[in-house]
Design a protein around this ligand. Structure first.
Ligand code: DGY
Length: 320
């Protein structure tokens, strides 16, 4: 009998087909939880979970006695209770690196869209409101030669810095748990503490993982420190920001605009206060969402799960 794997969420077909050569794969893609009998049965028999954004904690694990590995199809793993998994001797893995450029493209796209008001002006054209020379009330702000502050200079932060420095001649500031001398040299980047970075940047790009230390890293006090002309971009996780403080900062003109790919609650509900603000550009957590990159992530997640089930060290083990 083949060992069983539960694939949850948008685990790509390529990876599921590859896994089916050795494993029996059940795929769930409709937000199933423990109240769903078929899902509950599948996890009670599974040796591996390969998951996109599924919360895996004590409750779920209590129903999964044969589980050896939870393979996350993302670089962030705030959806996994790592302490609980480690206590139970279950491996946890993620998919770093393969998504760096794709995510950096998306985040840079958001930054440009907010600066040049692209979604707003797209609507202006489509609604037939473009009647003559563009009014100066519709002008945006420059990106090139401005100062970009990156909070969280990990691998995606680095890919953003590369675009900003080489493509847009931006001055790079960064804040991180540790200094990165190589990147300082490569991008002429300068380290700042958080307050200084917020005060000096024209664009603030938040790219940290969600951890107890980064939860609500950006609140009322931090938005007040930013320049009134600055744009805030969030490509990390929704809970790194106090959303009510962000709404107030935008409403009170404490910052110019925000471009957001992640939210405290996803999907974002349709009458969320952020959606009422023209100065806000939103995307539906699409950082890594291209067909090529999602294939690479799913295949890497499959490789991680397979390695553990074969008794080998997986390439991207989170809990040593
Ligand atoms: C990640 O990999 O963490 C991205 O946010 C996609 O979920």
């Amino acid at each position: 009998m083949k060992p069983k794997i539960v694939a949850y969420g948008r685990v790509r077909e390529k990876a599921r087909i590859k896994l089916s050569e050795k494993y029996e794969v059940s795929h769930f893609n409709n937000g199933e939880d423990l109240s769903n009998e078929a899902f509950k049965k599948a996890i009670s028999e599974a040796s591996a979970f390969i998951v996109v954004e599924l919360e895996v904690g004590k409750d779920m694990l209590d129903h999964a006695p044969y589980l050896k590995v939870v393979s996350n199809v993302s670089v962030g793993y705030d959806n996994l209770d790592i302490e609980e998994l480690t206590k139970r001797g279950i491996a946890a893995t993620n998919t770093p690196d393969v998504l760096n450029d794709t995510t950096a493209d998306a985040i840079f796209g958001l930054l440009l869209a907010a600066a040049r008001r692209i979604p707003e002006l797209d609507q202006y054209v489509k609604k037939g409101e473009w009647k003559g020379l563009l009014s100066e009330t519709k002008f945006g702000v420059d990106v090139h030669h401005k100062t970009l502050g990156i909070i969280g200079m990990g691998r995606i932060g680095e890919a953003i810095a590369k675009r900003a420095h080489f493509g847009f001649d931006m001055h790079i500031l960064y804040h991180n748990r540790s200094r990165k001398p190589q990147l300082e040299e490569k991008f002429a980047a300068e380290y700042r503490n958080l307050d200084q970075l917020l005060e000096e940047s024209d664009y603030v790009c938040l790219m940290t993982p969600l951890t107890p230390e980064t939860r609500h890293l950006m609140g009322a006090e931090q938005f007040k420190r930013m320049k009134k002309s600055a744009v805030f971009v969030n490509g990390s996780r929704g809970h790194t920001v106090e959303e009510t403080a962000l709404v107030e900062a935008l409403q009170n003109g404490e910052i110019r605009a925000a471009a957001l790919d992640v939210f405290q609650e996803e999907p974002l509900f349709s009458d969320h206060p952020l959606l009422k603000l023209e100065k806000v550009v939103t995307t539906p957590h699409l950082g890594s969402a291209t067909a090529e990159t999602e294939d690479r992530m799913s295949l890497l997640a499959a490789e991680n799960a397979d390695a553990v089930l074969e008794g080998k060290r997986p390439p991207n083990l989170i809990n040593e």
